[in-house]
Design a protein around this ligand. Structure first.
Ligand code: F6P
Length: 451
């Protein structure tokens, strides 16, 4: 149902018989108004200073999609605006992202569908204290410097955030499919302006429409998914490399990892039966040409075959260097590699020295777009989502749940209980733990390694 978030067609989309479009459009209008007020300086911090730093706190689907889009649209940032993401509960993330920020000029946005995710809530509490300390406990410090994106209004209120500054979404939006909801709309509109975020929606809507209407043999997400299935289930290649030749797509592999691996890492069919074929795939990648100087060797000559996706652009985001008879620009230099790598993989080269022999016959796909803009960033986002969903449909698994992630959370809660017990009475409770985990917990609580 996440396609409703960017349904610009004017047609209704119903969930349980109710058209959700009026609510979707209402939240978008609320975001447009709020973000315009911040960017124009009408809505300032408590000391009257203009807000110029946005710290987005969230994890998983409440982080990776927005970070991918922000990185793709860095060249569209409003003058003087900074956007930083804090996801990890490791204090290094918060400490280093905020070290050079002035709370008077900073707005923190807490992004969490449930508003209960442990890492996000811990970072949110730290941010709340950071703002209060930095703003002399001003009565309006939280009201003016902290906002929320969530489905859980009551929890947002209990946390102390004014719900007038909360931007909602709905249960029918899955976390990793939520980048075009308020989850992405709020931080990105504060960074690049609502008009540019709307172009992301237009690009995603373009791909949604193409996916819904194009014949299967011309349908880009369907073809991509079927090639994946061919590689995974018929050729046995269960790892895929995503290799964008654009620095702006540096975070697309990380976002795709969550979309693919959290959606399709499943071993039970929707009807409850065990699967007896491979599902899911490991996705990894780096922007070109960086990856060439790192892991491409294994893709070229390793014993595993790793199908690769190349993405390139006709025009660069920045024109640097000149195309002359003697030199090529940065972009053309980048594109020489985009052209060369798929051929090297496909055709290889024979050499009398065995170690220099490239076998070739390694599959890849290349996608060429005009330019990395908010529109194409949105289009690629929707391509990624539909590609994963098509595989789920073909395999008969549910791409929209993630029970595996939950076990780790339950075990984590158990350890938090043991740590709280230590804080209270100094007891190191290792009851029920295996020897290895007991040793690790003991070391962490004692603050030193054993022996
Ligand atoms: O990692 C598990 C998960 O539930 C993801 O699916 C989700 O995107 C993430 O946690 C964050 O959840 P929330 O938005 O509720 O904080």
């Amino acid at each position: 149902m996440h396609v409703a978030l960017r349904n610009l067609s004017g047609d209704p989309i119903k969930v349980d018989g109710k058209d959700v479009m009026p609510e979707v459009n209402k939240v978008l209008a609320q975001i447009e108004k709020f973000t315009n007020e911040v960017l124009s300086g009408k809505r300032t911090g408590v000391t009257g200073k203009k807000i110029k730093n946005i710290v987005a706190i969230g994890i998983g689907g409440s982080y990776l999609g927005p970070e991918y889009l922000a990185t793709a649209m860095g060249s569209y940032a409003k003058e003087g605006m900074n956007l930083r993401f804090v996801a990890n509960v490791d204090a290094t993330d918060f400490a280093e992202k905020t070290a050079d920020l002035n709370p008077e000029e900073t707005m923190v946005v807490i992004i969490s569908k449930t508003f209960t995710t442990a890492e996000t809530m811990q970072n949110a509490k730290t941010a709340r204290q950071w703002l209060l300390d930095g703003l002399n406990n001003h009565a309006d410090a939280i009201k003016k410097h902290m906002i929320a994106v969530s489905t859980a209004e009551e929890l947002v209120r209990d946390f102390g955030i004014d719900t007038a500054n909360m931007f909602g979404f709905w249960d029918w939006v899955g976390g990793r499919y939520s980048a075009t909801s308020a989850v992405g709309a709020v931080p990105l509109s504060l960074y690049v302006g609502f008009e540019n975020f709307r172009k992301v929606l237009e690009g995603a809507h373009w791909m949604d429409d193409h996916f819904r209407t194009a014949p299967l043999e011309q349908n880009i997400p369907v073809l991509s998914a079927l090639i994946d299935i061919w590689n995974i289930n018929f050729l046995g290649h269960q790892t895929r490399a995503l290799l964008p030749y654009a620095q702006g797509l540096a975070k697309l592999p990380a976002h795709t990892q969550q979309v693919e691996m959290e959606s399709n890492g499943k071993q039970v069919l929707i009807n409850g039966q065990d699967v007896d074929f491979e599902t899911g795939e490991v996705v990894f990648g780096e922007p070109g040409t960086n990856g060439q100087h790192s892991f491409y060797q294994l893709i070229h000559q390793g014993t595993q075959v790793i199908p690769a996706d190349f993405i390139g652009f006709v025009r660069p985001q920045y024109e640097l260097g000149a195309d002359t008879a003697e030199t090529v620009s940065h972009h053309r230099e980048l594109m020489t590699n985009f052209l060369a790598q798929p051929d090297a993989l496909a055709f290889g080269s024979s050499n009398s020295v065995r170690a220099k022999n490239f076998p070739g016959n390694r599959p890849s796909s290349s996608m060429l777009l005009n330019e990395l803009t908010p529109f194409t960033a949105g289009l690629l986002l929707a391509w990624t989502e539909h590609r994963a969903a098509v595989k789920g449909f073909v395999w008969g698994i549910n791409s929209f749940d993630q029970f595996g992630v939950e076990l780790g959370k339950v075990l984590g809660k158990d350890h938090r209980g043991r740590m709280l017990q230590f804080n209270t009475d100094g007891t190191i409770n290792t009851k029920g733990l295996n020897a290895s985990t007991a040793t690790l917990l003991t070391s962490i609580l004692k603050g030193q390694l054993p022996g």
